[in-house]
Design a protein around this ligand. Sequence first.
Ligand SMILES: Nc1nc2c(c(=O)[nH]1)N[C@@H](CN(C=O)c1ccc(C(=O)N[C@@H](CCC(=O)O)C(=O)O)cc1)CN2
Ligand code: GAR
Length: 205
Amino acid sequence: MLNIGVLISGGGTNLQALIDQINKGNINGKIRLIVSNKEDAYGLVRGRLAGIESIYIDPKGFIDSKEYDLKIMEEFKKKDIDLVVLAGYLKILSKEFIKNFENRIINIHPSLIPSFCGKGYYGKKVHQGVLDYGCKYTGATVHFVDEGTDTGPIILQEIVKVEEDDTLDSISDKVLAIEHEILVKAVKLFCEDKIIIEGRKTKIK
Ligand SMILES: Nc1nc2c(c(=O)[nH]1)N[C@@H](CN(C=O)c1ccc(C(=O)N[C@@H](CCC(=O)O)C(=O)O)cc1)CN2
Ligand SMILES: NCC(=O)N[C@@H]1O[C@H](COP(=O)([O-])[O-])[C@@H](O)[C@H]1O
């Protein structure tokens, strides 16, 4: 059983999807620690309600992102974390963190990468870009995390039709629903060692 560490910044519905599937016995992993960079992240409440150690680490207490990430790495080392899941985490991870958890960091992004991703594209900003562009489809992507932003090997993607009467909120809701599905599926596959990385591509055993 793998030890999972989860990083969050907000409401934590993706975290909740993971908690629920783990509690149902559908994932061969256990969330050992949840860390948020935002004190008011409701995901911390979700973790505590699930009996999972959930902590806020204030970025203002550190001189830069590298030092902040070293603190998170220290906490994850104490829990012998095997897999890091970014579930709505809005800080860009340092190269030190990436090197320490190479090919063991999974992120969920609310678009079909490589569209509407990278610095500045997070949360509803992504869906606003989709609406403004007039896209007929959007979706979500689960990928491994590397030193770039949203540039790591893609694990899973799922599409969502954009209807003419869709709004920012309706698109966000539709995409979030499939985010929960593909994030859970990707973590399950990783815990079963079924993801093969070949350069910047992946294959599922
Ligand atoms: N090294 C990496 N770190 C992170 C990645 C990644 O792919 N490589 N993914 C992000 C998650 N993410 C998209 O999936 C993402 C998060 C945040 C941003 C962004 O532009 N953030 C703003 C600050 C937002 C805030 O603090 O409110 C910024 O950095 O200026 C883009 C993409 C997680 N980390
Ligand atoms: N680029 C990163 C990004 O935009 N992440 C997005 O933040 C939301 C977090 O929701 P949640 O806190 O309810 O899981 C999710 O839509 C996730 O894809």
